[in-house]
Ligand binder design. Structure first.
Ligand code: ADP
Length: 266
């Protein structure tokens, strides 16, 4: 399990708003409503949550969900120590106790039993029942549940049940509009506006390619990575090849097609 905690940050991490999502999130927080963010990988979901946690002055506890993640991993378990058996809170219980924002990234990956613990937390009850200890943790006002998933990956086996989805306010994310993405790439990678504009133009062309077997296309994250290589002195083509083309595919034919697009744009 990979989870990290951030103390209250005075300076919110850099985030360029796309379409009113900051106000929406603030309203959801005030109304104690949980939020579901959907969108392709690398489009800014995690950064947005980090930014909002700092803005709202809440600690953030992030859990990257995977197919082995169970309810006990989230809630906690008894551990055997020299003193005997002690209870250890999982990240979700810690978030509830401390009034933090708990962000479950790629929640559909988690095992099905996790939804059982999310339901009473995600509706008006706002409680986390801890079966093993008999506790019922009531969430303080500062607690907020945020989950994300990537609809592109979805298959029938991996989707949120309607009874789960309907407990959340949904925010739909996509790659930022070109002018916004240029600002993000310039700021995050430290490249000049001309290089940022070329990278974004390249992404626009790559995102239009549909006849190749790509699971994912060029994300903002990949553009920032290519930009960082450029800022460090690598020529633009080499940076795009390493950070974008070869990062997106292992298939030689697909790589050649992506490379054609790179050559045409740069
Ligand atoms: P996701 O969680 O959707 O996979 P991230 O939030 O990790 O994506 O975004 C990947 C990177 O793209 C971030 O580290 C950041 O550099 C950049 N980024 C994407 N969107 C934005 C944005 N709106 N404002 C600032 N940076 C952004």
């Amino acid at each position: 399990m990979d989870h990290s905690e951030q103390p209250h940050l005075m300076d919110a991490p850099f985030y360029v708003e796309q379409a009113g999502e900051v106000a929406l999130f603030e309203h959801a927080f005030r109304q104690r409503l949980p939020v579901l963010i959907k969108g392709p990988t690398g489009c800014g979901k995690t950064r947005f949550v980090e930014h909002m946690a700092a803005r709202l002055g809440r600690p953030l506890i992030t859990v990257s969900c995977h197919d082995d993640l169970s309810a006990a991993d989230l809630v906690g378990r008894h551990l055997i120590s020299a003193q005997g058996t002690v209870w250890a809170d999982g990240p979700l219980a810690r978030a509830v106790r401390s009034g933090a924002i708990c962000y479950l990234d790629e929640v559909v990956e988690a095992r099905k039993d996790t939804t059982v613990v999310l339901h009473p937390l995600a509706d008006d009850r706002r409680v986390l029942p801890i079966e093993r200890t008999g506790e019922q943790l009531a969430a303080p006002p500062g607690f907020m549940l945020v989950v994300s998933y990537n609809p592109g990956y979805q298959n029938l086996l991996k989707s949120l049940k309607p009874s789960t989805r309907q407990r959340f306010i949904a925010l739909s994310f996509d790659y930022p509009a070109p002018e916004v993405e240029r600002r993000i790439v310039a700021a995050e990678a430290g490249v000049d506006p001309a290089a940022a504009a070329q990278l974004v133009q390249l992404a626009q062309s790559l995102r239009r390619l549909t006849d190749h077997d790509l699971e994912e296309t060029a994300s903002t994250r990949l553009l920032v990575m290519a930009g960082r290589l450029v800022a460090s002195g690598l020529p633009l083509y080499a940076a795009c090849r390493a950070a974008i083309v070869d990062a997106l595919t292992d298939d030689l034919e697909t790589a050649a097609a992506l490379d054609d697009v790179v050559q045409a744009v740069l």
